[in-house]
Design a protein around this ligand. Structure first.
Ligand SMILES: [Zn+2]
Length: 66
């Protein structure tokens, strides 16, 4: 890796189910997750990660989903 910033977050991979972009969602101050841009009423995709305490962890979980 060539990242120089310690606060950078991983790039969000496309949805593992349909290939649409992943979208960050937040609830409160410490619940962050990634869901498909076409999740639920936005397009009927079911891809969603579990909530994590921060954006970086949420993206990491999402990027590992298959
Ligand atoms: Zn999707």
């Amino acid at each position: 890796m060539t990242e120089t910033s310690s606060t950078s977050t991983p790039a969000i991979k496309p949805c593992p189910k349909c290939g649409q972009p992943g979208a960050i969602r937040k609830a409160g101050s410490n619940r962050v997750w990634v869901q498909c841009a076409k999740y639920g009423k936005d397009g009927n995709c079911t891809a969603i990660s579990r909530p994590e305490a921060n954006k970086k962890d949420a993206i990491t979980v999402w990027n590992k989903m298959k």
